[in-house]
Design a protein around this ligand. Structure first.
Ligand SMILES: Cc1ncc(COP(=O)(O)O)c(C=O)c1O
Length: 287
């Protein structure tokens, strides 16, 4: 496996970072997860914009031009690993760099650590088609979830709870409302109306969510961009989660209880199919 680290393409075994890297010590960094289809990054510009916003938020010295240059890096990492034919998941991280441990920022001369890897993505077709199970879990994350920081403890504990329950995703809730999934955004349908948490600091502005919103508008589906009351979630007619490796995945069981008919609902299926058409057509069109 070939990785990109700080300007070089190196075998995985040689990709080493100092123990004092602030990504390791403080979780002081921003990451991205990007889908590649046929060697092209899906919705790259949106990922770059979100990364820029997070890096500015953390005041890490890595500008938009440097972020933009990572698209070619991603493409090269995909090529080096012979992942052009098919699909891959790109992981990008920019940490504040390595310096003796101190909470305050290191001197400006300390360079950020920049890392990109690619791994083969095998789409779990059956789960997309038939749906997944989810559990609910308290949202215990910090208050700037709109920045995609590498500090993922709340998400890690939630995903582990899902895993231990034999489920795919954990749907998070706090103060009586549903925020999002541990690594996905969450939508539900009540009486023919879609509902999802609005874009605030409480959720990650998902790139898949942007595309889903465009499809909802195209189909003129009724949508309320308002939090889903947690107490009502299990009574939804349909639930789905979405993300860069999840696409649109129907949730057919929540905490062991059937959602709706226990099968993917009609609005979810229509959006899922349209999303997939767009994902694969975008790759063909070289978007
Ligand atoms: C907490 C959280 N919400 C939502 C998402 C979905 O975002 P995207 O569609 O950009 O992958 C992710 C993706 O990793 C996530 O970690």
């Amino acid at each position: 496996m070939i990785l990109y680290l700080n300007g070089q393409y190196v075998p995985r075994e040689q990709a080493l970072i100092p123990v004092e890297d602030r990504g390791f010590i403080f979780g002081d960094g921003i990451y991205e997860g990007v889908r590649s289809v046929g060697g092209k990054m899906f919705e790259w510009a949106a990922h770059a914009a979100r990364m820029d916003n997070g890096l500015k938020g953390l005041r890490i010295n890595f500008n938009r031009a440097q972020i933009d240059a990572l698209e070619a890096v991603c493409e090269r990492v995909v090529k080096e690993n012979e992942l052009v034919d098919g699909e891959a998941f790109l992981y990008l991280e920019v940490s504040r760099g390595a310096a003796p441990r101190a909470h305050n920022f290191p001197p400006a001369s300390v360079q950020p650590t920049v890392f990109v890897s690619a791994s083969k993505l095998v789409v779990p077709r059956k789960m997309r088609d038939e749906g997944c199970s989810a559990v609910t879990f308290p949202d215990m994350r910090w208050k700037r979830r709109d920045w995609k920081t590498v500090n993922l403890l709340g998400n890690v504990l939630a995903r582990q709870a899902a895993y231990e329950a034999g489920a795919y995703e954990a749907i998070l809730h706090e103060d009586g409302i549903v925020t999002e999934g541990a690594a996905t955004n969450c939508f539900a349908v009540f009486d023919g109306v879609l509902r999802t948490h609005p874009l605030t600091q409480r959720i990650l502005p998902g790139i898949t969510r942007i595309v889903v919103m465009e499809l909802i508008a195209e189909f003129k589906m009724p949508l309320l961009e308002e939090p889903i009351p947690f107490a009502q979630l299990a009574q939804a007619d349909e639930i789905f989660v979405c993300g860069s490796t999840t696409d649109i995945t129907p949730v057919v069981t929540l905490d062991g209880t059937k959602i709706g008919s226990g099968k993917p609902g009609p609005m979810t299926v229509k959006l899922r199919d349209a999303f997939e058409a767009r994902l694969y057509q975008a790759a063909g069109a070289g978007r």
